[in-house]
Design a protein around this ligand. Sequence first.
Ligand SMILES: *Cc1c(COP(=O)(O)O)cnc(C)c1O
Length: 486
Amino acid sequence: MHKPAGLQADASKANPKDLPSTDKLLRQPDSAPLLREHGHTLVADEARKLLDGLRASALAGALDMDALGPAALAAALRVRVEAKLAPRMRNVLNLTGTVIHTNLGRSLLADAALSHLLAMMSGPNNLEFDLVTGGRGDRDSIVEELLCTLTGAEAATVVNNNAAAVLLTLAASVSCHPGGREVVISRGELVEIGGAFRMPDVMSSAGATMIEVGTSNRTHARDYEQAINERTALVMKVHPSNYVVQGFTSAVGEAELSAIAHARGVPLATDLGSGSLVDLQAYGLPREPLPQEMLAAGCDAVTFSGDKLLGGPQAGLIVGSKAAVGRIRKFPMKRALRMSKLPLAALEATLMLYLRPERLAQDLPTLRLLTRPLDAIRALAHELQPRVAAAVAPRFDVEVVALQSQLGSGSLPIERLPSAGLALIPTGSAKKGLGTALDGLAHALRHLPLPVIGRIADDRLLLDLRCLEDAAAFSGQLPALHQRLR
Ligand SMILES: *Cc1c(COP(=O)(O)O)cnc(C)c1O
């Protein structure tokens, strides 16, 4: 056929008919090690996809003949197979400055929690088996006694997460109440936690009729008193964890509100969100309300997260009176929201750490990171500065800077912890395309074998070193970073 001028066939470029068949590719001796390691199914599947891609390149006239040698094909096939087997969930270095980062998996588990988790999962366990009687047990009993000891509660139960704990507490309360399904809540506490968890929607999902009282900034005792009637199943307080209302404000505290509710025969529940089990002020940190205080103030049920300030696995903890917790435990939805044995093992070991409060700031990673001395963080920044500077030169300068870490996960939203880190600042030529340079740097950091996640602010990329405990894991990657930036 006549070829138009300029489209002469190039001998170095492959033609689709130069490609081997899948079978032939798999029969090549170079493919044998891959087949031995991973078996036929996966390797053949990836071989087909590899050849499809090569065929498309060949049709476009963009495939070099060199790419079709047996060794080159086997190497390309190995890359595909190994990429397929690389887990999507990976460890990263959290240098964002947000200690409990929801997008990065929130709290890190303590060593004790990791080893208990691993030990319990490596064989059968007594998840729901009573070793004393030999009869059926209840998984709640694994942590109930501990939670009661730590909070002073009469009873406790645990579910999948705190969102589930709130939903279940509401649903169980309204469905057990013969008079009606009303739940009274202050307009100042209609929180949105993020990810579609908004208090009014949770109320309706739970089948509750929400009765709002007060205003956004002020709610008074009389507002609650006027709203409570025979249809009221529950009075609900929500700790506005991720925002603060300042200025002309007033709210009714749990002690006063429980007296109002109980005088009318109505229980009071409070959702703390984060709910630290120790007074953070003792560690020089800002204060968060404690579940034990809420119970002492008369709350019938208190809900909080397992993986925020508590520093454990994803979990929703409910502590309270025997009656309130009993209602929740018997409610059918509990079965759908129950905790799995994996986090339950980690939760048990995490709670045990609280029995030795003197060691907590060492043993519990979340608290260890939150209380890390500023001097130590700054010293680490100075130690790493020259090495990072060498890795990102000449396109970026590196300075040691003072930073502000935050707790994260909506805990103490306006509090900041003085911290230190490195600022990577575009130089001369990179300055022109400043945004692009910073995005490119952030991309390079994310594509390291152990991805490094920082943040971009004020035309610089910031690496907050508060959460960098394994400095060698970071600095070991600097040569790879240098390569990527060339
Ligand atoms: C975080 C939070 C929740 C949800 O807790 P999860 O454990 O993330 O499900 C509920 N209420 C408040 C006030 C919170 O801060």
